[in-house]
Design a protein around this ligand. Structure first.
Ligand SMILES: [Zn+2]
Length: 159
């Protein structure tokens, strides 16, 4: 499906095709929590970087988090006018971008189960709203966003 997204001030708009648009993946890491996580977690989607179209790209700034003393190669794209987190791009997986569900304006499907990841980094005040069939991981799960959609037969048609 086509995902349309924007920052809060409207300076940046983007669209991108995604076969894996279910917002099931809640990341409790400190970077997501501090830069994008209103609930103590951020929700990462996966989309096809080759289809990304951006307007207002001049308003985008990139943050490289320092992880274990070194800048992470992952690029966290955000709007420098309003600070909205937009997506993560990592040159180690150049075919993908990971838009934050919070930046998406299109109607996303409701996930039948969720994955809670990076729980070792969770803040103490954050309670995990764990439903039946949800899965919890202290770090990253082995199951990718694409694998999750395949397992639940939720891969979206088109690109
Ligand atoms: Zn903005």
């Amino acid at each position: 499906m086509k995902l349309k997204g924007s920052c809060h001030c409207g300076g940046v708009r983007f669209e991108v095709e995604s076969s894996h648009p279910c917002p099931f993946n809640r990341c409790y890491c400190s970077v997501c929590r501090k830069t994008a996580g209103g609930g103590g977690y951020a929700i990462n989607l996966a989309a096809n970087n080759g289809t990304l179209k951006v307007s207002g790209g001049e308003h985008i700034t990139i943050y490289h988090a320092i992880i274990n003393g070194k800048p992470s190669p992952a690029e966290r794209h955000f709007c420098k006018l309003c600070a909205s987190a937009l997506w993560v791009y990592d040159p180690r997986w150049p075919e993908l971008i990971h838009p934050f569900a919070s930046a998406i304006d299109s109607d996303l499907p409701i996930p039948p189960e969720k994955t809670h990841l990076m729980i070792d980094s969770k803040a103490g005040w954050v309670e995990i709203d764990e439903k039946p069939n949800d899965k919890c991981f202290s770090q990253y799960p082995r199951e990718s966003i694409a694998d999750w959609h395949e397992r639940l037969n939720l891969t979206s048609a088109g690109s």
